[in-house]
Design a protein. Structure first.
Length: 256
């Protein structure tokens, strides 16, 4: 495929992977950026940051490759829901290692010494949503065979808070979806059920909160890439020179 439009790359776990389901934020994001930026889903169900790093190194172009492919203009890292699993889950990543892994992912893109250095890429971190242990326990107990609770509310909160701290340290914007959903639930764990079908993943209401927070984050931190400030790569049909169309049908910079 020719490098016609630049990209928003969403890299994360199952909550990113599921963002293209009905009610997911990915479909809405793709719609508002239609003909401006392509939205690419690189969600990996079940993955933690430890497993994500070698995958990212295969998904993101190296410096010598970047001139041949579309630029990644916005890159979201949304991990933590699996890293915050409690032992003995194989998905568990200790909090300090989780933070180090996120830092490494950011450095891969931002460090001039990195093979993946991409100065045109703007990074946004997203933290894990709160876990509703009532829903999660019920879901796991209903399986055959039944499974024990693998996540704790307070543990996931610690991982979510660590992302906010890291973002501040690295001067990388953070979508604090944990706090947004917690506030939306009236700070009542049981009430989180309105945002999740199973206590872990998000439903349409949860994804709507995320979408609104993400667009707000872009508006505040990367306003030049907000969809309302970008023009179509190819002109609207009414602007085509109908008598001599070809010269007017040339790819253009979305930022004018």
């Amino acid at each position: 495929m020719a490098a016609v439009q630049d990209i928003i790359m969403c890299f994360g776990d199952s909550i990113t992977q599921g963002a293209w389901e009905d009610g997911g934020f990915g479909k809405t994001l793709s719609h508002v950026y239609s003909r401006k930026l392509d939205v690419l889903n690189r969600g990996l169900s079940g993955y933690n940051t430890e497993w994500a790093i070698p995958v990212f190194e295969q998904c993101f172009p190296k410096q010598h490759e970047q001139k041949h492919v579309s630029k990644v203009r916005i890159l979201t890292f949304w991990f933590g829901a699996n890293d915050a699993c409690i032992k003995p889950s194989p998905q568990h990543v200790p909090l300090s290692k989780y933070v180090a892994n996120l830092r490494h992912l950011v450095d891969l893109v931002r460090s001039p010494q990195s093979a993946y250095y991409s100065p045109d890429t703007k990074i946004i971190l997203i933290n894990a949503p709160p876990v509703n242990t009532h829903q999660r326990a019920a879901d796991l107990e209903s399986r055959n065979p039944p499974l024990k609770l693998d996540r704790l509310f307070e543990t996931t909160k610690q991982y979510a808070e660590a992302v906010v701290t890291l973002g501040s340290e690295l001067e990388v914007p953070v979508v604090d979806i944990w706090s947004a959903l917690w506030k939306g639930a009236g700070e009542d764990e049981a009430a989180l059920s309105k945002f999740s079908p199973d206590g872990l993943h998000l439903n349409a209401k949860g994804y709507t909160v995320l979408y609104d927070a993400l667009l707000d984050c872009i508006e505040k931190n990367i306003p030049e890439l907000h969809p309302d400030r970008l023009r179509y790569v190819f002109v609207p049909w009414a602007e085509i020179n109908w008598t001599d169309p070809r010269p007017s049908l040339v790819k253009r910079d979305t930022q004018g």
